[in-house]
Design a protein around this ligand. Structure first.
Ligand code: PLP
Length: 438
């Protein structure tokens, strides 16, 4: 097994890969110019891509990294994997991804686990938490399917229960004060976990995770350590949108795909938690990123020490060209700047909301206030099924969708690849639906 890392310039001469993939970005890329940002994507210029919440198109440096890694795998899969996954631990490429993710969340690399999606991270979290008999997981009625389902499956496995509460009746009038009051009132002595989404994908509401964390910290003051309420966050629609340090928000476990707003490769994601919280979890899937768990197996003993983030990164060989290229996605969004991205997304989505708010055949579900929303806008159009509105938009070159919830709405979602002209095109189509339909 080689101890050298062929991706490091020192080992490969002038053309080391890992430290030079960013250098393949066209010389003219200007992270301060939105037009130049858009030019980094292969998105069809004929369409207004207003479904940015869904699955990212990857910018140039991410695509280049994937291509380089894939070529290296195809040329010599054994050596490339061995040298970059199992060689000198400190140099392994997954560590680069963890380091970039840590920088982005304002935490430490050893607090990051690498997953394939938000769903994977949520499932590993709930499955790994051992509830005591009679304990419950509290969540909200606003969660998306994978969050509810991860909780249901874990509660059934551990013999616990699942309970849902609503944080608001009317999403456009969403109030953080009211939401946190409802959470405080709903937590019972047997509540062990509160699981909630940062941004609700059926209403576009953005919750203040730090306000929720404050309430929970307050309630935890009177609880024993093993009974404290743990805050689990489905962070996918805030991650890459909101200019906040996830590691300072006060949640206990955070899961987000990096294939949406972080603009990373498809099938990638991260989990973040502090070491004392990782220690509460039992891994579900054997890890290839932990020396201790595999050494323990070879030596026919139990792993020694508390569970660490690396133990929770699910193993089995992965699509490594994708996983490792995630580092480039973090670099790309950091190069543009988290605050600038937040402001741009707020500006474009405000344009959508304000445009819809004055149409009397439209019911807007997302709060107008950018502090209470993020990159998702949902609404209904009088006399139209949401899916029919999405179809009409698409026929008019606007990519939108209908939310896949029990009660569906039309959803638009502007990101940094968009322009005010994209938004205006969408508004024009929706305006034209007035007085038409069923
Ligand atoms: C709120 C929410 N959570 C989780 C997911 C699933 O994300 P992933 O595909 O990363 O598992 C979605 C999908 O868009 C979502 O809207």
């Amino acid at each position: 097994m080689s101890l050298s890392n062929p991706l490091r310039p020192a080992d490969t001469g002038a053309e080391g890969l890992s430290h030079t993939v960013g250098a393949t970005m066209p010389q003219h890329f200007d992270p301060n110019d939105w037009k130049s940002v858009r030019e980094q994507f292969l998105l069809s210029p004929d369409l207004a891509h207003l479904s940015n919440f869904y699955l990212a198109s990857n910018p140039t440096p991410v695509r280049d990294a994937i291509t380089k890694y894939r070529k290296a795998f195809d040329e010599d899969p054994h050596s490339f994997l061995d040298d970059n996954m199992f060689g000198r631990e400190a140099d392994m490429l997954w560590r680069t991804v963890c380091a970039e993710a840590a920088e982005y969340v304002g935490g430490r690399a050893d607090e990051i686990a690498l997953t394939t999606s938000t769903t994977m991270g949520l499932a590993l979290t709930y499955n790994g938490l051992r509830l005591k008999p009679g304990q419950e997981i509290l969540t909200t009625t606003h969660e998306f399917y994978p969050h509810h389902e991860a909780i249901r499956l874990a509660a059934e496995r551990w013999g616990g229960t699942m309970r849902t509460i609503s944080l608001y009746e009317s999403s456009p009038d969403f109030s953080v004060d009211e939401a946190v009051a409802r959470i405080r009132a709903a937590i019972r002595p047997n509540t062990r976990v509160f699981g909630v989404a940062w941004v609700h994908s059926n209403t576009g509401v953005r919750l203040s995770i730090s306000r929720v964390a404050d309430v929970i910290a307050d309630l935890n003051r009177d609880r024993d350590e093993e009974d404290r309420v743990l805050l689990v966050v489905d962070g996918v629609h805030g991650f890459g949108v909101a200019d906040e340090d996830v590691a300072s928000m006060g949640c206990d476990f955070f899961s987000a795909g990096t294939h949406k707003w972080i603009l990373g490769p498809r099938g990638t994601g991260i989990m973040w938690a502090k070491p004392e919280n990782w220690a509460l979890l039992q891994p579900t899937i054997p890890s290839l990123m932990s020396k201790e768990t595999s050494a323990a197996w070879r030596q026919d003993r139990r792993p020694v020490g508390p569970t660490e983030a690396a133990w929770m990164s699910p193993g089995g060989f992965a699509t490594y060209e994708y996983q490792w290229a995630t580092a480039e996605a973090f670099r790309f969004v950091r190069q543009i700047g988290r605050k600038r991205i937040q402001d741009r997304i707020a500006e474009l989505n405000s344009q959508i909301k304000e445009g819809l708010a004055v149409m009397d055949h439209v019911t807007l579900h997302t709060p107008l206030d950018p502090e209470l929303s993020a990159g998702i806008v949902t609404f209904d159009v009088e006399n139209y099924e949401p899916r029919n509105v999405a179809t009409i938009l698409r026929e008019n070159r606007v990519i939108a969708n209908a939310t896949p919830y029990g009660v569906s709405h039309v959803r638009l979602s502007a990101g940094i690849v968009n322009s005010p002209e994209d938004v205006e095109l969408a508004l024009k189509v929706i305006r034209s639906l007035k007085g038409a339909g069923a």
